[in-house]
Ligand binder design. Structure first.
Ligand SMILES: [Zn+2]
Length: 531
């Protein structure tokens, strides 16, 4: 593993200690004690165990007062990768079973196209342009209330579990606040979320096992808030050693997963992308099968965790929320993976909700990550903070309303950018407006004629008649584009100055690692990036 080095600007008065030496390949980085290590922080394992805060009595008439709350965020999982969303080749019985017990959302949208801003929005109820967490250089502001923090005040035992990976679900970005227990662990070799060795993957479940152990240890008369962030489906997809591989693609994935420490390439030219380009007509089917295999393994591990939750004997008093933090592009629109563009394959995510007061069935109502905080707060009887961008989804759970919002936003991206610029997606059914790099840039080629390097372009799609987003109507419907832009700019204007994120000053080694793993961190937009 290569250490990711960060400097916290908020602590910049302290002299910077010497950079930590890189750990041996395949071994965990040094553990970090937030606030105790000066201003130079390293990625690595996290093992936090904090006292619970003083508590407030729950509101007794809430639908689910005192319920356990389980939030499973699934990294890089597409809607159509699950059987519950109609994929007949998927083997996802655990999630399909949850879908049968609760409400399946067909128009849930992520708040961003990569993990850090999406999780920041889930935990704050605010869009990325409101939190200011749009990229790798900002963390959650210290005064913004977080969901686990609020639930902790109401007597919840709060725990967060994930694997050590550049996901942003870490104290450096402020996402530990409110968690009494937090484990960011290095997956055991040979497990689906941490191969890093040339041994066949097994079905072990390192991070899920740690979460399950914590769940089992909390007294049953104390409600839990569990946040489990699963990375099984994140590139490079775990594959077994290929016995026969005429495309060469599985071999490339195998080598990548064994040697890259799970970081992967995102948008830079890399060996796997090159193998894909040379794999011929079968490339996409092989790629999709490898991705689906990773999703299927994820489903197995979630079964382990859900069994531990069921063992608390509180199924009738448990609110379960499963949501993708973003999807994954499988080379549609020439985009690889996620983090650059905002097409539906990345922006529109699976979401399942199961629990007391939640009807079974499906809904096509628009929903967003930012809605989860006010929704959970209402169900358990906690006070939601004022000024969140989210709205409660409870009327959809009861059937009282057919919809609760008309518009949502997908913002932020792995490229550095000027935050005042529009970049992302605005979804207002039937329309979706995308502001993103041109298709030529997604292919890794030079910009199209007439465009400057880094210039964004607008495209407009009617999701009802064109769910595959292949017919760009931006030129034909300029009045719709203008109206949607004005709505977006108005939202930004109304929240101008609210974001006070924590500024992160990156060590050059961190920037270099992002470059080497494909996050084109230093790429910036020109002064006038949109036509
Ligand atoms: Zn993610």
């Amino acid at each position: 593993m290569i250490p990711l080095l960060l400097s916290l600007g908020a602590c910049s008065e302290a002299p910077a200690p010497a950079p930590l030496p890189p750990p041996q390949p395949g071994r965990p980085g040094p553990a970090v004690a937030p606030g105790a290590g000066g201003n130079l922080l390293s990625f690595g394992e996290i093992d936090l165990d904090r006292a619970a805060p003083a508590t407030t009595p729950m509101v007794s008439n809430a639908t689910c007062a005192g319920c356990d709350v389980v939030l499973l965020t699934l990294c890089s999982v597409r809607r159509d990768a699950l059987g519950a969303y109609g994929n007949t080749d998927a083997h996802t019985p655990v999630l399909d079973g949850l879908a049968a017990r609760g409400l399946r959302f067909d128009a849930a949208y992520a708040a961003s196209n990569f993990t850090l801003p999406s999780l920041s929005s889930i935990f704050t109820g605010q869009f990325p342009s409101t939190t200011g967490v749009m990229n790798w250089d900002r963390g959650i502001g210290k005064t913004v209330p977080l969901l686990p923090e609020v639930l902790g005040f109401y007597g919840y035992a709060t725990g967060a579990f994930t694997v050590d990976a550049p996901s942003g679900f870490r104290p450096e970005f402020g996402l530990d606040r409110g968690f009494q227990r937090m484990r960011v662990s290095t997956p055991r070799r040979g497990t689906p979320d941490g191969r890093r060795t040339k041994a066949p993957a097994d079905t072990g479940a390192t991070s899920a096992e740690l979460a399950a152990e914590w769940v089992a240890g909390v007294p049953r008369d104390r409600p839990i808030f569990l946040s489990f962030h699963d990375r099984d489906a994140h590139y490079p997809y775990v594959v077994d050693p290929p016995a026969a591989d005429p495309t060469g693609l599985l071999t490339a994935l195998w080598e990548e997963g064994a040697d890259a420490g799970g970081h992967g390439h995102m948008i830079a030219v890399d060996p796997v992308a090159e193998a894909y380009k040379h794999a011929g007509a079968r490339a996409n089917a092989v790629w999709r099968a490898a991705y689906q295999g990773a999703v299927d393994r994820m489903d197995q591990r979630l079964g382990t965790l859900l069994a531990a939750i069921d063992a608390r004997g509180r199924r009738e008093r448990t609110l379960l929320i499963v949501v993708g933090d973003h999807g994954e592009s499988l080379w549609e629109h020439d985009e690889e993976l996620h983090g650059v563009a905002y097409y539906d394959g990345v922006a529109r995510v699976p979401m399942l909700v199961v629990g007391p007061g939640v009807r079974t069935g499906t809904t096509d109502a628009l929903a967003s990550h930012v809605d989860l905080f006010p929704t959970i707060a209402e169900l358990v009887g906690a006070a939601a903070p004022a000024g969140v961008d989210g709205v409660s989804l409870v009327p959809l759970f009861t059937g009282a309303l057919p919809s609760v919002r008309s518009t949502t936003l997908v913002e932020g991206g792995v490229m550095a950018d000027r935050p005042e610029l529009l970049r992302g997606a605005l979804i207002a059914p039937p329309w979706t407006l995308l502001v993103q790099p041109p298709a030529a840039a997604l292919k890794g080629g030079p910009p199209a004629p007439g465009l400057r390097p880094g210039q964004m372009v607008e495209s407009l799609y009617d999701l009802v008649v064109d769910p595959g987003q292949t017919d760009d109507l931006a030129t034909a419907r300029p009045e719709v584009v203008r109206q949607l832009r004005e709505r977006w700019e108005g939202f930004r204007l109304a929240r101008a100055g609210r974001a006070v994120p924590t500024e992160l000053r990156h060590d050059p080694a961190f920037v270099e690692l992002l470059r080497r793993t494909g996050y084109d961190f230093n790429a910036t937009s020109p002064p006038n990036p949109t036509p």
